[in-house]
Ligand binder design. Structure first.
Ligand code: GLC
Length: 629
């Protein structure tokens, strides 16, 4: 690893690009460049020998994008830099949806804005919509053209119109940036196959199996079932190309600065179309190192820091969201630890919380979750976890063996139990999931299934709705940016017809990606309850993400206890993960500075039910957020 020591001054070559701009615009750019240049250079120097030259190219790209940026987006940059905590606020609530499955087309999404507003949504993650390869494309994660929208969904102009329309209604748009790989049909890959050495160097190609075999000795399998191995032979390349995911998703080489510049320019283009959050898809995989799992390498964070600086200079309204579905010990780095503190992604998926949520429900026991969540380091105060109960992917049982052992549980056995439970095989299970990517070598069995089907609604379990609401209360009450998954708010069950599309038939993640049926959603009890929870969150300032969540040692194995020491006073979250009545001891509340007799439950908006010396009663699966009134 190289560390940059002598900080040179920022280059001047961008001045020509900016020459035609009014003086105040030039001044703003210069001020930002001065502020972020050291971070840009530091990030690049950890990866590239010629960091100065790369930084120079990047600044020129940033200057061009800045010069082309619309006035309304410059105004947004100003507003966001005045309120950089916009995504940390309790009023910020996310929703994730496929454009076609939610509203048909990009234009259709604008027509559904009222539904989102009623739900309290202020941040909309639209799942991949840039032009993918034809046929199977991993749900859009095999992109053929980053500068075009999937034709049946609309055009880049429609995207720009949509972001503008939604922004006017207080909704920010998040889009995926697939930056570990491109579709084999992407122009870079086409040119590489045609023999262009510049583009061949965009990929990781090896003439024979020597190097691939050496890497594969320590590489985990992502899709062992339908895409075993991490390299694919290509006749035109006359070599093995790195394909972590499917054989038609070619990993790009981030060791090549041309690749960095390409992606910097793609980010700038999306930002200039009004995209406010960029989801860094599969970011953990972008740096490869022999003898490792080729995930979470230090260079990933250096590259993110450099890329993030580009947006801070040209379009600071744009934030980054890391999608790193990795083990608990590797997660916090994506929000910036050590020298990258506060310099990488602003948001990151809290995979650990999601997994522990399901683990607690299956076992009716919070000890493992409490211990595991206690092990996570605090995150920088300027960042936030993306909290979610379910997403478009499978659930991988990221339970650390050490965490399990610390509470007397065998990690492997617990992961097997969770796979049995959520596939419905465990006696008495109320879940109806499907096993995804059974790996006989490791025994891993990930799980697909909609939140409602996994929570018991499909098999008519009487507590299914309570569980759905408990998980929503947990993600809304954690103090991050909660993202609700399309259909979960109305309890959509598994899609019985998921395999009918031949392009989906191999991939049972489509079982939990159903079409949202309109207009049934409007009159739904569950929807009303979710709306109430979202409103309750908005009225709870203690949930601002700049304050961290501490997990308390449980006094009841069925109740997860969280504490947020906010300047306004403490907030205790209590989550009963069992089907029986439980209590939160008054003494525990007093010990953290909360008098139960003078407290309010922000979830229900009323004084909690008390008994004895101020013990708070929890009904089966009830969640409370207790604060001073
Ligand atoms: C991310 C996506 C997932 C996709 C993978 C490869 O994890 O969420 O759906 O399969 O990246 O792009």
């Amino acid at each position: 690893m190289r560390l940059y020591v002598s900080m040179t001054a920022a280059p001047r070559s961008h001045e020509t690009v900016l020459a035609a701009l009014p003086a105040h615009r030039r001044e703003v750019f210069e001020a930002r460049l001065e502020r972020w240049w050291p971070d840009l250079l530091e990030g690049l120097a950890e990866v590239y020998d010629d960091a100065d030259a790369v930084a120079d190219r990047v600044v020129a790209l940033a200057a061009r994008a800045y010069a082309e940026r619309d006035d309304d987006l410059h105004a947004l940059d100003l507003r966001r830099t005045l309120a950089p905590d916009w995504f940390q606020r309790p009023e910020t609530v996310g929703y994730a949806a496929y454009v076609d499955r939610f509203a048909g087309t990009l234009r259709g999404v604008a027509d559904r804005a009222a539904y989102l507003r009623d739900l309290g949504v202020t941040y909309l993650h639209l799942l991949p919509l840039l032009e993918p390869r034809d046929g199977d494309n991993d749900g859009g994660y095999a992109v053929k053209d980053y500068r075009a929208v999937r034709p049946d969904l609309g055009t880049m102009d429609d995207l720009r119109d949509l972001t503008r329309t939604l922004r006017a209604q207080g909704i920010s748009v998040c889009l995926d940036l697939v930056l570990n790989h491109v579709a084999a049909e992407h122009e870079w890959a086409v040119r590489a196959r045609a023999g262009d050495p510049t583009y061949r160097a965009y990929f990781l190609v090896h003439p024979d199996r020597t190097v691939p075999d050496a890497y594969e000795a320590t590489l985990p399998e992502v899709f062992p079932d339908f895409a075993p191995g991490s390299f694919t032979w290509d006749d035109d390349l006359d070599g093995w190309v790195w394909t972590t995911f499917n054989r038609w998703q070619w990993d790009v080489s981030w060791a090549n600065p041309d690749v960095f510049c390409e992606y910097a320019d793609i980010v700038l283009n999306l930002a200039n179309h009004g995209v406010e959050a960029i989801r860094l898809d599969a970011i953990a995989f972008i740096w490869k190192r022999l003898g490792t799992s080729c995930q979470n390498q230090p260079e990933v964070h250096a590259l993110t820091q450099a890329l993030r600086t580009v947006t801070r200079i040209a379009c600071p309204a744009t934030v980054f969201k890391a999608e790193a579905i990795v083990g608990p010990r590797d997660l916090v780095q994506y929000l910036g630890t050590g020298r990258h503190h506060g310099k990488v992604s602003d948001l990151a998926y809290h995979n650990g919380l999601m997994v522990q949520g399901w683990s607690m429900l299956a076992s009716g026991d919070v000890r493992l979750a409490s211990h595991a969540l206690q092990q996570l380091d605090p995150v920088p105060a300027s960042t936030a976890w993306v909290t979610y109960a379910r997403c478009h992917d499978d659930i991988g049982w990221a339970i650390d063996d050490g965490d399990a052992a610390a509470v007397g549980v065998d990690g492997f056995a617990h992961r097997s139990f969770l796979a049995d439970f959520y596939s419905g095989e465990f006696p008495g299970s109320w879940a109806r999931g499907l096993v995804f990517q059974h790996n006989p070598a490791t025994g891993d069995r990930r799980i697909s299934g909609s939140l409602a089907s996994l929570a018991g609604l499909e098999c008519g379990d009487p507590h299914a709705v309570d569980r759905i609401l408990l998980l929503h209360a947990l993600v809304l009450g954690w103090g991050g940016l909660p993202v609700l998954w399309m259909g979960d708010e109305v309890g959509l069950l598994n899609d019985a017809h998921w395999a009918e599309d031949p392009a989906h038939a191999d991939d049972n993640r489509w079982v939990h990606r159903p079409v949202l049926p309109w207009p049934v959603v409007d009159e739904h009890d569950l929807l009303r309850a979710v709306r109430r929870l979202v409103r309750a969150r908005g009225r709870t300032p203690h949930l601002h993400a700049s304050t961290g969540t501490e997990v308390l040692d449980p006094h009841d194995t069925g109740v997860l206890l969280t504490l947020r020491q906010h300047p306004l006073g403490p907030m205790v979250g209590a989550y009963n993960v069992t089907a029986t009545e439980r209590w939160v001891w008054g003494d525990r509340l007093r010990a953290v500075g909360l008098d139960p007799h003078h407290s309010v439950d922000r979830v229900s908006g009323v004084t909690p039910a008390l008994a004895g010396p101020g013990d708070v009663r929890l009904a089966p699966y009830q969640a409370v957020w207790l604060t001073a009134p």
